[in-house]
Design a protein around this ligand. Structure first.
Ligand SMILES: Cc1ncc(COP(=O)(O)O)c(C=O)c1O
Length: 403
């Protein structure tokens, strides 16, 4: 089997991740903060260690405790967005935003919890032009800019540092959705001017499902409210409401401690492979032959930047085999070649509208650090065979859509 759906979740997880989860479950899995006995303290110490690892991983410019554990990127985005936006506020997002940014904001606008959501269109390749953000911010007072660092559909990288500087200059909070970038793209929240960084643990960081994080920088920490969940924190039980103490302020309830412990092993594993910059280089080289083939062969439609602009990309490529619906292509890859890809709208309909692939969507290939050049050659070969057969009239009726 060839797994190239790492944008959905990384698979397989590195062996040390599973080993660490197993160790934690057997040896340390008491509930952090809930008690003072030695076992609890060991669990607490492991959580603090991983929290600190995560803070260092993104060069956090504040106390480790402002690195909040979440259940996923979606969870962190909701905690960040709902926590800082108030009725009457204006928010700027980009058109390729994932549903985990656009849906909460659209629903909040419907309920009158935010005044206006301004959607900035990207350039033809799908990349946000920082001047568009500056113009949008100069047009009216704005509370928050929320941008995806790497699109989960187009594979493009946005100019986060430039947008961060624009937000800083104007006193606007900057939230970055790092779901597709963390682990495979170096992130420096201090240098990039990021106030809120939401990310999953289960994709590029190689951790298990049910893990993620939200970095709350100093400016956001002054204003953010716990509007997604309030409740038990272990200590500080006498407070009638959520104790204003980090990380408890935003981290109510028992977390996925075994998963977080495994996530720490994932971070070590990334370090051992040379860190995100080395992984990005490896992943770009993996997708290079695929992008070249898709760009050169008119039986395919490639979305996003071409082979001459690999530096604008992560290791994620969306395309279609002309004449086949994306679900049909994905189904053929799975059934006949044992290759796992994702077809459809990828929870980001705005990105597909932008590139003209709405409503059927596209086929998405997303690689991980463990994929090999041989696997990519097999994928390119399989797509060549599928494209050759797509010209045969009976082709479409042979495949069943997978959605
Ligand atoms: C750009 C982007 N944002 C947010 C998410 C949501 O991530 P999670 O599944 O961890 O909630 C995804 C998931 O694919 C994504 O690609």
């Amino acid at each position: 089997m060839i797994y190239v759906d790492h944008a959905a979740t990384s698979f397989p997880k590195p062996a040390p991740v599973a080993a660490e989860m197993d160790r934690f479950m057997r040896d340390d899995a008491a509930n952090p903060g809930r008690g003072g006995y030695k076992l609890v303290r060991r669990a607490e110490a492991r959580m603090a260690e991983v929290r600190s690892q995560l803070a260092r991983f993104v060069n956090a410019d504040g106390p480790d405790e402002q690195m909040i554990f979440t259940y996923s990127a979606t969870d962190g985005l909701n905690i960040g967005i709902r926590g800082v936006v108030q009725p009457g506020d204006r928010v700027v997002i980009d058109q390729v935003a994932h549903n985990s940014i656009s849906r909460p904001l659209t629903a909040m606008a419907g309920r009158g919890e935010v005044d206006l959501v301004r959607i900035v269109p990207p350039d033809a390749a799908g990349i946000v032009d920082p001047r568009q953000i500056a113009d949008a911010l100069d047009a009216a007072p704005t509370r928050l800019v929320a941008i995806v660092q790497a699109s989960n559909v187009l594979g493009i990288l946005n100019p986060i540092r430039e947008i961060g500087a624009i937000c800083r200059d104007r006193g606007v909070l900057f939230l970055v959705d790092a779901a597709q970038s963390i682990g495979a793209v170096p992130i420096d929240v201090a240098a990039d001017g990021i106030d809120l960084l939401a990310f999953p643990g289960h994709k590029g960081l190689q951790g298990p499902p049910g893990t993620g994080g939200l970095w709350v920088g100093p400016r956001a920490a002054e204003v953010i409210q716990p509007l997604v969940r309030e409740g038990g924190t272990g200590g500080d039980s006498a407070y009638p409401t959520q104790p204003p103490i980090w990380p408890h302020w935003l981290e109510a309830g028992t977390h996925n401690t075994a998963g977080i412990s495994g996530l720490g092993a994932g971070l070590d594993w990334i370090d051992a492979r040379g860190g995100p910059a080395a992984i990005l280089e490896h992943e770009r080289e993996l997708v290079r032959p695929l992008i070249e083939m898709l760009a050169d062969d008119d039986r395919f439609t490639l979305y996003g930047p071409g082979p001459d602009r690999l530096a604008d990309r992560i290791g994620l490529v969306s395309f279609n085999v002309n004449g086949l619906r994306p679900a049909e292509t994905a189904d053929l890859l799975d059934r006949e070649f044992d290759i796992c890809v994702r077809a459809g709208l990828h929870c980001a309909p705005g990105a597909h509208r932008h590139m003209g692939s709405f409503p059927d969507g596209a086929v998405r290939v997303s690689v991980g650090p463990m994929n090999t050049a041989d696997e990519m050659a097999a994928l390119v070969g399989a797509l060549g065979l599928i494209a050759a057969r797509a010209t045969q009239p009976s082709m479409s009726s042979q495949a069943s859509p997978t959605g």
